[in-house]
Design a protein around this ligand. Sequence first.
Ligand code: CA
Length: 224
Amino acid sequence: MRILIVEDEESLARNIQRLLQDEKYHAECALDGNSGLELALTEEYDLIILDVMLPGKDGFEIIRQLRREGLDVPVIMLTARNQVEDKVRGLDEGADDYLTKPFAVPELLARVRSLLRRKSEVSASLMELGDLAIDTAAKLARYREQTIVLTPKEYSILEFLFYNKNRVVSRLSIAEHVWGDQMDLFTMTNFVDVHIKNLRKKLGPGARYIQTVRGLGYMLKEAE
Ligand code: CA
């Protein structure tokens, strides 16, 4: 887990860094807004601890720019005491949490752990392509806000297509993935077509993401 600390009070920044390292996180510091933003945009972090008052770019500008660039890395903002408007503004700009200075170390660590856990739960169980999504924990498909119930085989095919997004998968490899070597290849590949047909019917408008690639197989792809 990589964590970036953007904080201009060097002793505080180093303290947080040391504490996170004690907890086995990989932590880096940026001591002003410009270098913080540059690191956040060029390196990959699992979480950012972001002070509001910074030389160069302030914390609000940084988070605004990160969200504008489409980066959804969790951000905890460090706000000054009694600055209620700072908290509100930080959350409005896309911060996930805030902590008021001065704060107790166990509290910071608890927030860090909870945000990282939330992030891994979401990213581990949800795979999305446009309006179509699958929940790999619940074994369900979703189109927009609507849940689509699939049979285990249909779900297994769709999940396999998701894992191979934007790649053509042959009927044979789908069959092997879903049925293993339980039956002969001819039967299996015909079964694939039948299941894809049923799957498309259930997905309704979401079926547009499953493309038939003639002579080769199927591909899950963003529709043009
Ligand atoms: Ca500061």
